[in-house]
Write a protein that binds this ligand. Sequence first.
Ligand code: OGA
Ligand code: MN
Length: 199
Amino acid sequence: MENIFDQLIDSYLIHHVGISDHFLSDKLAGSLKDNLNELYSIGNLTSARIGNDENAGVNKLVRSDKIFWLDKSHEDKFEDAFFLLIDEFILHLNSTCFTGITGYEFHYAFYEAGSFYKRHIDQFNSNKDRAFTVIFYLNENWVYADGGQLCVHFEDTMQLIAPLNGRCIFFKSSELEHEVLLTMKPRLSITGWLKTNLV
Ligand code: OGA
Ligand code: MN
């Protein structure tokens, strides 16, 4: 995995947004996708919220995805395999880049057809714990006409990234404005944040 981790970090250092296409094996991506489809079909997902203060809440004009937080207490073997991979990545990141990551949080995200997430930044004003954003896509056979691209804004450039199966995206949470363009098909992913204890 070290090569894949280095590839992700190197592409982040060069382009501000790191992309690695084989971070998740097809098998693990498929199992996590099955988990998410199951959570969706039994109605366990909740509408995602924006913000973390007294104004926080659901605003479907800003984002219309549905989420579910992964947790070690679920004792789900695929979530556990995912967390092991993240632990390994953090060890590598901290030892090669002195990033001081001490924790993380991840949620599944399900964008039904017609969903989107308008341009935003992931770090909250009142809480700077989120150091890096990491996103994993769980969509087989995605084509351009399916929409749902991640659009990353940097200075006056814009980059469209397709949510392809197994692909991992990595960027600094305080730095990059980004949005999820309207998706024409259900769009599945896991999104999370690597955190520091800095205030
Ligand atoms: C987010 C987000 C992007 C994506 O959940 O904060 O920006 O491509 N997700 O799913
Ligand atoms: Mn975001």
